[in-house]
Design a protein around this ligand. Structure first.
Ligand SMILES: Cc1cc2nc3c(=O)[nH]c(=O)nc-3n(C[C@H](O)[C@H](O)[C@H](O)COP(=O)(O)OP(=O)(O)OC[C@H]3O[C@@H](n4cnc5c(N)ncnc54)[C@H](O)[C@@H]3O)c2cc1C
Length: 462
């Protein structure tokens, strides 16, 4: 199919960047929750105990444990895929925050364990190891909390960059789900031994509310909403079309797809109900502007999951989670635009070129591929060039260096951008491709002065 046959929904109007007020609400709520936790600790004699040398460790241990638990719940909430939060922050940015908040919560949890043990050992005049073993074996809920801690240690160790690189994504992701187990197993020791949790009605109400919000959001937005949406739209595979070597397009049909409220530039997590692999969702961007009766994704074979796309049969049912992603939802800041794509990173940009409003000569596509046969959608792009006046520049060849976005040539990266698009600093710039390449392309754009608010990036890994 060519782009000319795609009948699109109404184009997104150019406008200002849609940030909304959700980031402020979420930031304020997270800060407020910290304040409540500290206030409850103070109310429960935290400061007085801090000043008393016999209870200093214990008091600090309680504070670190409370803040750690609060941060753990904040990040469960942030990763619950609440639509407004996804739209405001984007999954890539949320994933980066999740990492920072997660490591902070984990460090505080370790501090909590050490400080509480030291505090009790001092009070009981016992050895630290003896006190720790006594804790685990004899205090209510502590065995479960220890199991939860082991689960969280497993997650943190496997999330360290070096370890993460060695693990298959699926294995890492499966292990990561133990975070819920870790958070859940900590509850009994908090309720049975934590005076800050059950010491007064306000504390009990607060902790049950935040646990309820975190658990409720996960159930509603990670399970309930995707199931409801998938059932409502009844998506099935209608056709699988080979594109370039190792790349296939999957066409999907369904009911009332206009009510999905998805835009070009966005992505879903897809589960194809064609066999055991359905348990693993994979994110793929739309590669064509959405139509009321049809969506299209285009998949490059990388591993088990993506290789399965080629074998999909028409009629295969599909579960979706989404739509997510800011590239389509975030507004334009300039009338002219340049898209810089590499390899399969062309997918969201190809859809955006179809949907976004611009006049002849106002859009440029710089398309990189290692070899000339690596350019997917060549016919469709040439058709877009003829029909809508997009200037398409194909740039085949190996990268000049590991930190370069352009092919081997006689000019530096930034200069190549200026040479190809002299007024690029006056344009919106959309970039998508493999991580390292993308960082180089975005960096080159920044170096020549493209302001941050004009840069629109879609990372294909988090
Ligand atoms: C927002 C987004 C949009 C994407 N759009 C496209 C697209 O339009 N076309 C396309 O071909 N590819 C796209 N990708 C990449 C695609 O999701 C991965 O290539 C695919 O999931 C690889 O799975 P695999 O089992 O075949 O390979 P594996 O060998 O298991 O994984 C290869 C790499 O892909 C990444 N990956 C694997 N599974 C996931 C997952 N569930 N979530 C996030 N990352 C994962 C990991 O970084 C991993 O190292 C997109 C990724 C993201 C994050």
């Amino acid at each position: 199919m060519t782009a000319g046959t795609l009948e699109t929904q109404a184009p997104a109007a150019p406008g200002t960047r849609v940030r909304g007020w959700w980031p402020d609400v979420i930031g304020a709520a997270a800060a407020f929750s910290m304040l409540i936790v500290v206030a409850l600790w103070i109310h429960n004699q935290g400061l007085q105990q801090l000043a008393n040398s016999a209870t200093t460790f214990d008091s600090l241990g309680r504070l670190t444990g409370l803040v750690s638990a609060d941060l753990l719940l904040v990040q469960v909430f942030l990763m619950a895929r609440v639509p407004q939060i996804e739209r405001s922050f984007g999954q890539d940015r949320l994933a980066r925050w999740h990492r920072v908040v997660g490591f902070t919560s984990f460090d505080l949890m370790l501090a909590h364990i050490v400080l509480i043990t030291l505090g009790y050992a001092a009070t009981d005049h016992a050895g630290v190891i003896h006190e720790f073993v006594d804790f685990v074996l004899n205090y209510p809920g502590m065995l479960l909390a220890t199991a939860g801690t082991v689960a969280l240690i497993l997650i943190v160790v496997t999330s360290l960059r070096a370890a993460r690189r060695r693990l298959r994504y699926e294995s890492w992701h499966l292990l990561h789900l133990y975070a819920y187990l870790g958070a859940g197993l900590a509850i009994p020791h908090e309720l049975w031994t934590g005076t800050d949790f059950v010491g007064n009605v306000a504390a009990t109400a607060y902790w049950w509310t935040v646990y309820g919000i975190a658990a409720g959001s996960v159930l509603a937005f990670r399970i309930g909403l995707p199931l409801w949406r998938s059932r409502r739209h009844g998506l099935v595979v209608s056709e699988v079309v080979p594109e370039t070597p190792g790349v296939v397009s999957v066409y999907l049909s369904g009911r009332n797809l206009d009510r999905l409220r998805v835009r070009a530039g966005q992505f879903f997590h897809w589960r194809f109900l064609s066999g055991p692999g359905w348990t693993r969702a994979h994110p793929y961007s739309l590669s064509a502007a959405p139509r009321p009766d049809r969506l299209r994704i285009t998949v490059k074979e990388l591993g088990d999951g993506s290789a399965g796309a080629r074998a999909l049969r028409p009629g295969t049912r599909v579960l979706i989670e989404g739509p997510y992603g800011q590239m389509g939802a975030v507004g334009r800041t300039r009338q002219k635009l340049t898209m810089i794509a590499s390899g399969i990173g062309i997918t969201p940009l190809r859809a955006l070129l179809e949907e976004l409003p611009y006049g002849p000569g106002e859009a440029t596509l710089l398309y990189r591929a290692h070899t000339p046969d690596g350019f997917t959608f060549r016919d469709e792009l040439d058709e877009l060039a003829a029909r809508r006046g997009v200037r398409v520049v194909y740039l085949p060849g190996p990268r000049a260096s590991d930190s370069s976005w352009g092919p081997v040539g006689d000019v530096e990266d930034e200069m190549l951008l200026v040479r190809l698009v002299p007024d690029i600093v006056e344009q919106d710039v959309y970039v998508c491709g493999p991580d390292g390449w993308m960082a180089s392309a975005a960096n080159a754009a920044r170096l020549i002065g493209v302001p941050e608010q004009q840069l629109h990036l879609e990372w294909f890994s988090w």
